[in-house]
Design a protein around this ligand. Sequence first.
Ligand code: ATP
Ligand code: MN
Length: 478
Amino acid sequence: MGPLQIKELLKASPEQQSVTVKGWVRTKRESKNAIFIALNDGSTIHNIQAVAEPGQFSAELLLTVTTGACLNITGQLVESQGSGQAVEVKIQDIHVYGAADPEVYPLQPKRHSLEFLREIAHLRPRTNTFSAILRIRHTLAFAVHKYYNDKGFFYLHTPVITASDAEGAGEMFRVTTLDLNKLPRTEEGDINFKEDFFGREANLTVSGQLEGELGAMALSKIYTFGPTFRAENSNTTRHLAEFWMIEPEMAFFELKDNMDLAEDFVKTVISYAMENCKDDLEFLQNRLAEEEKNKPQNERSQPLLEKLSFVVDNPFERLTYTEAIEILLKSKPHKEKKFQYPVGWGIDLSSEHERYLVEKHFKKPVILTNYPREIKSFYMKLDEDGKTVRAMDVLFPGIGEIIGGSQREEDYDKLLQRVHEVGIDPQNLWWYLETRKFGTAPHSGFGLGFERLVLFVTGMSNIRDVIPFPRYPKSAEF
Ligand code: ATP
Ligand code: MN
């Protein structure tokens, strides 16, 4: 089943056994007495050192062994002479699968800027930083499935193509097979979508929630974990046009159960990554420290692992939107007019407000609840006062909103009234509304943006750097 991974080889005991190592050259160093090749196959942040004697191989062959080249090395696994590693490979034979001409190969063993690496997204997984991020991303995804499986949830696959334009109108990517140069028209002159593939307008989904709720009304506890798409033209460090979302949906859960689940869930998956990605997290922690070396002491951020432990070990602060507004109104930046956007009951909190609460006021993750109904979605359960809804947003340091969720309105009449109020045609949502007609139940759910979680865990600062091939305005190259 393929060669032994470098990760396994590095743990093996060196008994002069013959081994085969395949991977990409990170560095080659020649000294008087030996040639050292650091090889990496992506299984771990650590390289395996392979050593040859001077003169053992032709100069012609050695010229092709440069950073980026792919090699198949056979040799013996021996105790390492040098410090820094326990074992190394005493080379018997080198086969070069593919050279990488150093004149043109863009990844050289030096620090490249993240902006530059985004332009070579096809190669950046070969850097230490990106391979570490990708391994952590994998581990977190695995932890998500494990968490819900362990808790008795079922993984529900909700559609990627949707015809319900209820949510996120204007932010959706259209899906069509119509010939854009020869659009069929109705008698009134509008585009005739009856002739389109689905016989109606279709888009890429912005959320699996509505279908997720249908699943919860049968299986009780489900979750979705799939790609979602938003054509919002927000060029921020926290938004992508294509991102992955985890959306659990639970029958018989009220707002408090929903908050408890959200908190336990993020803490559990972060702990899982801390236990299973130690080396990669340490690497990223050092990378961050290196980056901040020139900052004054008091402006440096907390070491990554410390920050993660802190989140895992402390209860999140829970308060209502109304209480949060009171805190913001009394805050220094509000009084000194430092906030860009004004504060007042009814506003949609902007990220500067969220970050003030999390980073300055409470200094820990915060769950805000009971938002004004006007700024939240139609499906959220109305509170007794009729002014607020049973919403909950989880806010994280450095990120702002990481989770958005709510208890859902289970009352048919109230839901229908909200549908009318926000101007949705109930015809488009007849199937969703029917769950409230037939065997309705109190239920709740939330959505966690997977990349925002990866952003937090890796300590990276731009969401474009925690997904292999990011999609954002004017960029879909790879
Ligand atoms: P924001 O206010 O940050 O744009 P939102 O209110 O639009 O978020 P929701 O619609 O509640 O977010 O989506 C649920 C979660 O999905 C968010 O909490 C966030 O983690 C994530 N998310 C939303 N939009 C994006 C995006 N464009 N790119 C990446 N993640 C996103
Ligand atoms: Mn948004």
